[in-house]
Design a protein around this ligand. Structure first.
Ligand code: IPE
Ligand code: IPE
Ligand code: MG
Length: 245
């Protein structure tokens, strides 16, 4: 499915595309600070980058895109920034509804949905239902952390044990994978982080076991199509061994 397509003319190395890209969209605040603007202006500029990335993913035939938009730890930020971010997210869903439907992109939110406002929960649920049959997927991690996802999975598994439908010695890696927020989505092949930070910040802790990492110093609002293609090209040259030889 477009995963292995040859470069058109040069007959060179086959281009290997990731099936699933996950992005830690970082650096909005520093982008704004550099310009003497409020942090929210950086988040607004960052949300424009999101729209562009969706197009680049379509052009390069990426099937799954996961975006880290708001972590469970981000609730600790000043109230004004948090409420501004939530408004931006509501606006993003509203503004992009028609486009996601037209371009046939399935939207899913992963994270502690119960932390979101009722309005945002409703908007998310509606769009998730409307787009549920589409193959290409945009996953937005909202009030998400890898640890809280594992807590979520542990609770679900404990419920099954308690109900007598699962015994503890039947629990495998597949049981855990199968009880995460989006169990049918393959692990990310490539995780991109902008703004130069060399850390995972509680993102996809279970799923990143064999992901390739790509960090760029570019701040998220400045992340361009060239930066995106640089990441894809770097990925294409990686030698993934998964512990083998
Ligand atoms: C990323 O940008 C967006 C969110 C975490 C919501 P930041 O707001 O973390 O930007 P910096 O890291 O302060 O520059
Ligand atoms: C990670 O960025 C979370 C998101 C991009 C939503 P942070 O800016 O919150 O991470 P730290 O604080 O630098 O680790
Ligand atoms: Mg940050």
């Amino acid at each position: 499915m477009g995963l292995f397509s040859r470069k058109k003319d040069d007959g060179g190395e086959p281009v290997v595309r990731p099936k699933h890209i996950a992005i830690i969209m970082d650096g909005n605040g520093r982008w704004a600070k550099k310009r003497g603007l409020p942090r929210l202006a950086g988040h607004k500029a960052g949300s424009e980058t999101v729209r562009r990335v969706l197009n680049w993913c379509r052009d390069t035939d990426i099937r799954y895109l996961t975006l880290y938009a708001f972590s469970t730890e981000n609730w600790r930020r000043p109230a004004e920034e948090v409420s501004g971010l939530m408004k931006l997210l509501e606006g993003f869903i509203e503004k992009n509804e028609a486009e996601l439907l037209e371009k046939k992109v399935r939207l899913r939110v992963i994270g502690r949905k119960e932390d979101l406002s009722e309005d945002l929960q409703k908007a998310v649920q509606r769009l998730e239902e409307e787009t549920a049959s589409f193959e290409r997927q945009l996953l937005i991690a909202l009030s998400y952390s890898g640890r809280s996802e594992l807590v979520y999975a542990a609770r679900r598994i404990a419920e099954q044990v308690k109900a007598g439908t699962l015994s503890p010695d039947e629990i495998t890696e597949g049981t855990i994978s199968g009880n995460l927020y989006a169990p049918d989505v393959p692990d990310p092949d490539l995780i991109i982080r902008t703004s130069g930070e060399l850390r995972i910040s509680n993102f996809l802790l279970w799923e990143c076991a064999y992901s390739e990492f790509y960090v760029t110093d570019v701040l998220w609002p400045d992340f361009s199509e060239k930066d995106f293609m640089d990441a894809l090209n770097a990925y294409s040259r990686r030698n993934r061994r998964f512990g083998g030889v």
